[in-house]
Design a protein around this ligand. Sequence first.
Ligand SMILES: Nc1ncnc2c1ncn2[C@@H]1O[C@H](COP(=O)(O)OP(=O)(O)OP(=O)(O)O)[C@@H](O)[C@H]1O
Ligand SMILES: [Mg+2]
Length: 534
Amino acid sequence: MVNKTLVNKTPLVVNSTAKELLDALVPLMQDLSRDLSDTERYRRLLQSLRALFPSDATALLRLDGDTLVPLAIDGLTSDTLGRRFRVAEHPRFAQLLAQSGPTRFAADSNLPDPYDGLVKGVSGDLEVHDCLGCPLFIGGRPWGLLTLDALDPARFDSVDMGALEAFLSLAAATVSVVERIDSLARTSEQEHERAEAYRQASAPSRREMIGASKQHKRLQDEIAIVAKSDLTVLVTGETGVGKELVASAIHALSPRAGKPLISVNCAALPDTLVESELFGHVRGAFSGASSDRRGKFELADGGTLFLDEVGELPLAVQAKLLRVLQNGQLQRIGSDGEHTVDVRLIAATNRDLAHEVREGRFRADFYHRLSVYPLVVPPLRERGRDVLLLAGYFLEENRRRLGLQSLRLAADAQTALLGYAWPGNVRELEHLIGRTALKALAAHRERPRILTLQAADFGLSDAAGQLISPPQTEPAPQAPSPAQQDFRGAVTSFERTLLLDALARHDQNWAAAARDLGMDRANLNRLARRLGLK
Ligand SMILES: Nc1ncnc2c1ncn2[C@@H]1O[C@H](COP(=O)(O)OP(=O)(O)OP(=O)(O)O)[C@@H](O)[C@H]1O
Ligand SMILES: [Mg+2]
């Protein structure tokens, strides 16, 4: 038989002076309007509780479903914070929660104490002690518990009920301030996430993919084909070739185009955040996780998730991603629940992932899962005259930005651009044109209406080492000897120079260039195609 005494049925023993009560409550009231962290607010609450009702241990626990989660403790061993008390397994807690006011357990109560062995500095079982607890209600619903324990079995004999009730009201106010702040923070974070998804989905009209070369058309065709499917695409290619643009083109042409395209730059995330960024977390999953957060996977539900720089993902995260990709089941960090997401995946990298796998830096199974449809974006130097089309596109952008009537390339500048190897690909071209236009404009004392960029303005001729290398020939069954390779390479590069020079002399007029070289037009076209210039 439980021998318990309800404190609110014991006669009031008034031993707290009004002054003591005020001293304890006033700082708490002041705290309500201060900008404090949850932890600090709760710590101060327990501090005041202990000042008002001297005890050996106090705790604030939040009821989370059928479990009590300690939020703050004082006088208990620190591992207590990690414990989760199932109410059904702790009859004392169950009794405390069943009352509307404070409950005090008799020293000889035979109910096991949930804090047995947890009071600091006391080893073994708690022998006799005084134990008092009060439920906290928010909006009429039980929110959690405040508990007080004393090793001296008579410590709480003299508890002043009026003071305790006053304290409880303030404790409830403190807790509800925290809840309200948290829920505001959560709402604002969700708003932010929604805005981000919206922004990504409705980003100002995607940049058009410029190009007319055979390689460009082949890429466009592949994009159109794969976009219709739900296959995972691995976009590879050198830096600056346009992998990101390809990913957004795939999404835009896919049946998911009306849903968000969510991008994650795997290289820009610290290891510790990758998981939470991708999968989300629940409140309290780790320090700093002050509210639930949806991961990119959830944000992309129904749409496309773009994992940029996927080669940079830590191995452990690759394993987790693989699991999600295999069964479509997602789990937020710190949560037991799984839910299903419908996400189409596109990944990009400029690393050679097969090589990374051989080096043990990338998981083979994850690599195979990603490269269901590999898409290679060719380097700019293999796209022939696309260089000039792209240059035109960027020139027009800069013309508009600089407020010029016309921004043009001189013939020698065109030759220089066509003859350069573009190690940084389209991005390098984009930046070079922006920089060169700005410098050339600054060199004029009076602002011209028409600005023509000369080869010298680009400063590419002195980067001799970076001039275009002979196009790669198809790998022969047997590798040619070095001598053969050099000869072929030299001839190709000589042909290219001759052709580009002739074109430059005749202002890119092909018929005139053919006449100049003593070739007929058809042969010149054939040569230009072989050299990747047409
Ligand atoms: N075909 C194209 N037409 C117009 N602009 C392009 C084209 N290809 C690339 N660009 C532009 O070139 C720049 C670089 O492209 P992007 O960022 O997609 O390259 P990337 O391959 O992802 O580079 P990195 O490997 O460095 O991440 C961007 O400003 C992009 O809009
Ligand atoms: Mg990129």
